[in-house]
Design a protein around this ligand. Structure first.
Ligand code: 5GP
Ligand code: ZN
Length: 153
């Protein structure tokens, strides 16, 4: 059995609530969210730290984070912003040694600092939360399709 919990999630050997997946990346809800909708984006291939990560794959992870942060502003989550955080190495408090980008939706007035948020985690409804993020991604795709149509002669 693979010792890496995130590799086991990719392989379907450990449970997770996935919100997005493609050939190279997987995004799923954090098991101990610091805010409802807190999502982790990982490469499907194991890379422990930035030192081990292909730069193009790193760019893809950030692109997916950008997209998820926009999706979280749409739909039921109705975020006003997001924290995108990557803890690289134990010195930076990385606790799972498979690189991951945290995408944490924020709302005006929620007022928690990220460090405090990591200490005071909240319970959540994973199925409903994942559904609202997926609805946000679909709304984003619709907006983009309309923008493309609008630019065509
Ligand atoms: P780090 O401190 O390494 O940047 O963050 C690791 C994150 O992974 C933490 O927020 C933690 O709650 C989350 N996590 C750890 N194990 C699991 C797991 O088995 N499943 C999920 N979904 N999240 C996990
Ligand atoms: Zn791994």
């Amino acid at each position: 059995m693979n010792a890496c919990v995130f590799c086991r999630i990719v392989a379907g050997e450990a449970p997770s609530t996935k919100v997005y997946e493609d050939d190279t990346l997987c995004a799923f809800l954090d098991i101990r969210p610091i805010a409802t909708g807190h999502t982790l984006i990982i490469p499907k291939t194991h890379a422990a730290e930035l030192d081990d990560l292909d730069a193009d794959l790193g760019a893809e992870i950030f692109r997916a984070g950008h997209r998820l942060a926009l999706a979280m502003r749409r739909g039921a989550l109705a975020a006003d912003g997001a924290n995108l955080i990557l803890n690289d190495g134990r010195a930076a408090f990385q606790t799972v040694p498979h690189i991951h980008l945290h995408v944490i939706p924020r709302r005006k007035g929620d007022l928690f600092g990220v460090t405090k948020g990591f200490l005071l985690r909240r319970s959540h409804d994973p199925a409903g939360t994942a559904a609202s993020i997926r609805a946000g991604l679909a709304a984003l795709d619709d907006d983009n399709a309309r923008d493309i149509e609008g630019t065509q002669p």
